[in-house]
Design a protein around this ligand. Structure first.
Ligand code: FDA
Length: 321
């Protein structure tokens, strides 16, 4: 029992440590230079170029799996960098269109200058949404740490007045999320990807215990798939690799006679491929989040934080003769 407790505590400490590392600029500069780390990141990142990512999507599409492409980047502090992120996304949308792959795009508002100016960020994301609408595709706004949640929701609400082809992410670990979902449902804009949450948050903001996060995720899933929410146009993307969460969703939809078209499952590139294929084969809509680009460092660190066993796996490969 003591061993289990210390492993659990060790896991929590490692998680906090990797999330802390994900924010360190000097560490980023160091790790990005290591060929071995770049190689290891490929477990979760489709490549450094948009072409490589499109090829990864093509392979997923062949297995009846949809995608959402993410050009990695976050924490941009100049207008020029934010504008360049917008240009990259417009180019990506052109490539999706030309290649004919089935993919949405996902983006982070801090990559589009949220910390520079909310107005600039809105303007740039609007131009991506506009281009995506012309091409009949969809833009998902990822959710970042709790310091950005309120502003991210504000930008989403603002953009939703004009664009219906955008959606948001809600994190089950935040106490506020139930109210956020209820408000989005009431306003008829609950196009929500539901996740557990990937950042390190204090206990006054987020549930510290995994069991409570899981219970919250099930509750929010049921809220999103409930009759009232669906009557208001709510659409759920249940984004998890947790078999318990997936089974709870399958059970709820079966019991309430909800069609498999009325929601979707989502997972991350490189994680539980077996489960991705199994859900697609069972006839569920399955979408995989496919990140690519040079800015893989913080994304990679968050993936290590989620499952410290990944670190041992990577290190053991490194030391293999
Ligand atoms: P949990 O962490 O309990 O893991 C369940 C099981 O999944 C593990 O036992 C393991 O088998 C497997 N697993 C999970 N993570 C793994 C990893 N890194 N490596 C290997 N196996 C792993 N978060 C956020 O804050 N904002 C966002 O916008 C998004 N966007 C997003 C999109 C999509 C499509 C997904 C699937 C997830 C996100 N997330 C996110 C991340 C999310 O918040 C969460 O951190 C991860 O999905 C891990 O949580 P699980 O629900 O998988 O459960």
């Amino acid at each position: 029992m003591r061993l289990i407790l210390s492993l659990y505590k060790g896991g929590a400490v490692l998680r906090a440590f990797f999330i802390y590392l994900s924010k360190l600029q000097w560490m980023r500069n160091l790790i990005l230079k290591l060929a071995f780390a770049r190689q290891a990141s490929r477990r979760f990142v489709a490549g450094e170029t948009a072409q490589a990512a499109i090829e990864a999507v093509r392979q997923l599409n062949r297995q009846n799996i949809l995608a959402t492409l993410d050009h990695l980047g976050e924490d941009v502090h100049t207008e020029a960098d934010a504008r360049s992120a917008r240009d990259d996304y417009v180019h990506l949308l052109d490539l999706i269109h030309q290649s004919g792959v089935l993919s949405h795009v996902s983006l982070k508002l801090t990559q589009f200058g949220l910390d520079v100016s909310e107005g600039l960020c809105c303007e740039l994301v609007a131009s991506v949404a506009e281009r995506a609408a012309q091409m009949g595709t969809f833009v998902r706004i990822d959710m970042e740490d709790s310091a950005h949640v309120e502003r991210t929701l504000a930008v989403y609400r603002d953009l939703r007045r004009k664009y219906s082809n955008i959606g948001i992410v809600i994190q089950a670990y935040l106490y506020r999320s139930e109210d956020d979902i209820k408000r989005l449902v009431d306003d008829g804009i609950a196009r929500v990807r539901l996740v557990k949450g990937a950042y390190k948050e204090p206990p006054n903001v987020a549930f510290p215990r995994k069991a409570d996060v899981d219970a919250s995720m099930v509750k929010l899933m049921q809220l999103m798939l409930g009759d009232e929410a669906r009557a208001h146009g709510a659409y759920l993307a249940m984004a998890t690799h947790d078999v318990k969460m997936i089974d709870a969703t399958k059970k709820f939809v079966a019991e309430h006679d909800i069609s498999k078209d009325a929601f979707e499952f989502q997972m991350l590139y490189g994680i539980r491929r077996d489960l991705q294929q199994q859900l697609a084969a069972e006839g569920y809509k399955m979408r995989v989040y496919v990140p690519y680009g040079n800015e893989w460092y913080p994304y990679f660190m968050r993936r290590l934080a989620e499952r410290p066993a990944n670190v041992w796996f990577i290190l053991s490969n490194f030391f293999k003769p």
